[in-house]
Design a protein around this ligand. Structure first.
Ligand code: NAI
Length: 687
């Protein structure tokens, strides 16, 4: 639903807060596109509006927002400095104490400051599709304008604490059940306001003066500790909300405000806000801004395996027509079944409706005849990681498709220049590297070849954004941004295992930093054979950098290729229970060291983390030095979105700056001494 500014002063030059008084009723409209954020001019406008309706002696004031949503939050760009006057808590206190009671009339997403504003109104009514939430924790913050203190007084302590701590929005129906709404309507908000006023309930006591029943939050605390994974804001949000049960509103709000302001300066919040802004700028490269992307309707995917099926599902979800091409009819049917399984999962989980599922099925077809791709606007190849197979696919696509259409490879490590070399229409080829599972993971690395046109890049970025992805530009190198850093990460992990650390201790240490999986757990999950094949390729080409540790190769030779392999073993044993430590592997590692006469060293948890991070940060700087990444934030987006690096630590580059480059330099010197000749130093680490 969209609300047009139905006032004489509507249009782009309309005031950010507009007041129309009809008889004894006022209509106050916030008009601050795109999401009606509570910027300083809106706060000022609300104060002025409040005075006007009170002076006019209005009996009610309905507060609506123009455009696609009610207030969807504060103005994050103001968070970097001291907040300009008037402060939001004062505006909300004034609205709550106003002689003319306010009715919040909501649609869209009522988030953060938007929900705090609604809570200060006497009544709240909402369109049935509205969603409500306190997402501040996602930026390392807690509400700062009474949200944690008013919400429990409206919906009860436990529910409020959950909403504040997990940051997830709830639907209008749920919020109504919680007691957060006086009316849910479907349709014209002006009609809803009129009928609500006709049978206006008695003005309720101010939210801030209501008592709060205490609740046992022990279970919720345990839940939040687990889900927060080292991010501190969720528990602070929970504890601050809990103050509502014991402190008067004014005292609780004062503590909330101070905590909010302190958190604004915290490293975690700065990290999260930087990523938030970067995920917008990195996905829209400045040099492509002037280029109109070509429309994409029909998407062809070649290869219906793990990745192809995921990319097909993501394209269908974005409303594209999708043709899946496989080697033969039998493989096409298998690919179709994989795509169908994803649609069925989305349906079963309630993520999509029957109608949506049907629409996706209707827009999808699979086969082995390339002429079906003739009118596709983009083709994405996700066949085996073999340059000859990929070249053959590109050749066939280039034959049937228009030279205006894009042809992309999803290769993990191969050079897209070589895959497309010598083919007609070189400007249309590129790499689009999705992450697994491709229907869920947001990161896409966009790899231009030497010949890729800016038009192709602009269309590829728009296409990826349209899939709800976060596209990041990367130059060509082995593994692009993400997997190249991953290789350095694994290399240093292997060096420590070779010299004395248990692989399980390495995984544990990385958990301590906040990584959801350690390097060995990750290999078990993705399969050891992929990186094995890549290592063999690099060894054969003579491009393996430095010392080579072949413990993982030995596991592969034993058939221990990870959780999905026939043996259901890798670094861990998954036969009975996923991820059980295996004494056989530990014994094998020890024997491997003895055979090579390696004197076993001990590494503390801290040393493991610092040495791995030194390898990661060095590789990240090399990537910048070589111009493979366009900025340090691009690297941080890749590692937080694609590899599970904790967002509250901001990504490897932000983490390094916060930790101190001198400390990382020492750790880098230690890994150079540990494996001489194995590391090329980035400029910042050159002595
Ligand atoms: P997969 O083995 O699951 O699927 C490959 C599919 O390609 C199979 O269904 C096969 O029948 C089909 N295929 C092979 N040759 C073909 C041809 N000539 N014409 C049409 N179809 C053909 O492999 P997966 O994991 O989906 O990987 C595909 C590509 O994506 C590889 O280049 C891989 O490096 C890359 N990739 C893989 C990721 C992963 O996590 N598995 C992540 C990102 C990229």
């Amino acid at each position: 639903m969209t609300i047009a500014t139905a006032t004489p002063e509507s249009g782009p030059d309309a005031p950010v807060v507009n007041v129309v008084i009809t008889g004894s009723h006022a209509l106050v409209t916030i008009n601050n596109p795109p999401v009606n954020a509570l910027s300083v001019h809106v706060r000022k406008g609300l104060m002025d509006a409040l005075h006007r309706v009170n002076e006019a002696g209005c009996t009610t004031a309905a507060l609506v927002c123009s455009g696609r949503t009610f207030v969807a939050g504060g103005d994050i760009s103001e968070f970097a400095g001291p907040p300009p006057l008037p402060h939001l808590p004062d505006v909300l206190d004034a609205i709550e104490a106003s002689t003319t009671p306010f009715i919040a009339v909501m649609h869209g997403t009522v988030l953060g400051g938007g929900l705090e504003l609604a809570l200060a109104c006497a009544w709240r009514i909402a369109d049935e599709k509205t969603r409500f939430g306190l997402p501040e924790v996602n930026l390392g913050l807690i509400p700062g304008a009474g949200g944690t203190q008013r919400l429990p007084r409206v919906i009860g302590l436990e529910r409020a604490a959950r909403m504040a701590a997990n940051g997830k929005p709830v639907s209008a129906r749920t919020f109504e059940e919680f007691g957060g709404l006086d009316l849910v309507f479907d349709g014209d908000p002006m009609a809803a306001i009129a009928s609500f006023r006709d049978a206006l309930p008695a003005r309720p006591a101010n939210t801030s003066t209501r008592p709060v029943d205490d609740a046992d939050l022990t279970a919720l605390k345990a839940e939040i500790t687990k889900s927060a994974k080292g991010s501190n804001a969720p528990m602070i949000a929970l504890e601050t909300t809990a103050l509502a049960a014991t402190l008067p509103f004014a005292e609780g709000s004062r503590i909330e405000r101070q905590t909010h302001l302190d958190l604004r300066d915290s490293a975690q919040s700065r990290a999260l806000r930087r990523l938030f802004f970067a995920s917008r700028s990195v996905t829209r490269p400045a040099r492509l801004k002037a280029i109109e992307p070509a429309p994409v309707n029909h998407v062809a995917i070649v290869g219906g395996g793990l990745m192809g099926a995921g990319i097909a599902a993501a394209s269908l979800a974005a409303g594209h027509r999708v043709t899946l091409l496989e080697r033969d009819t039998e493989s096409a049917e298998a690919g179709q079944a994989r795509v169908e399984a994803i649609i069925a999962r989305d349906l079963a989980s309630g993520r999509i409706s029957d109608d949506k599922a049907e629409a996706r099925r209707a827009a999808f077809s699979a086969g082995a005849d390339y002429t079906a791709a003739a009118d596709a606007d983009i083709a994405i190849e996700a066949v085996f990681e073999d340059p000859d197979v990929k070249r053959a696919v590109f050749t066939k696509l280039a034959e049937v498709m228009s030279e205006e259409a894009l042809i992309a490879t999803n290769t993990s490590y191969l050079d897209p220049n070589l895959i497309s070399d010598g083919m007609p229409g070189p400007g249309r080829f590129l790499g689009l590297h999705f992450f697994s599972p491709a229907n869920i993971m947001k990161l896409v690395e966009v790899v231009g070849t030497a010949a890729t046109s800016d038009q192709t890049m602009a269309t590829a970025f728009a296409f990826a954004r349209g899939l709800g992805k976060i596209p990041v530009e990367t130059g060509v190198c082995d593994g692009f941004i993400g997997n190249r850093i991953l290789s350095a990460y694994r290399r240093q992990a292997d060096y420590m295992v070779a010299d004395g650390a248990s692989p399980y201790a390495v995984d544990e240490a990385m958990h301590g930093l906040g990584m959801p999986l350690g390097p060995y757990e990750l290999q078990d999950l993705t399969g050891l054979q992929i990186s094995w094949a890549n290592r063999k390729r690099q060894l054969a080409a003579g491009t393996w950098p430095g010392r080579y540790v072949d413990i993982a190769d030995k596991l592969c030779e034993l058939g221990r290729q990870g959780r999905g392999s026939a043996a259901r073993k890798g670094w861990y044993d998954h036969t009975e229970m996923a991820g059980t430590r295996d004494p056989e592997v530990e014994a094998m590692v020890v024997a491997w060291r003895v055979e090579r006469g390696i004197t076993q060293q001990t590494f503390t948890t801290d040393e493991i983390v610092m040495r791995i991070m030194a390898a990661i940060v060095n590789e990240a700087h090399l990537i910048l030095d070589e111009g493979i990444a366009t900025s340090d934030t691009a690297i941080d987006i890749v590692w937080t979105e694609g590899y599970g690096f904790p967002k509250h630590l901001g990504g490897p580059m932000f983490w390094a700056e916060e930790t101190g480059m001198d400390t990382i330099r020492d750790a880098f010197a230690a890994i150079e001494a540990q494996s001489p000749g194995s590391w090329k130093a980035a400029d910042v680490f050159k002595s």
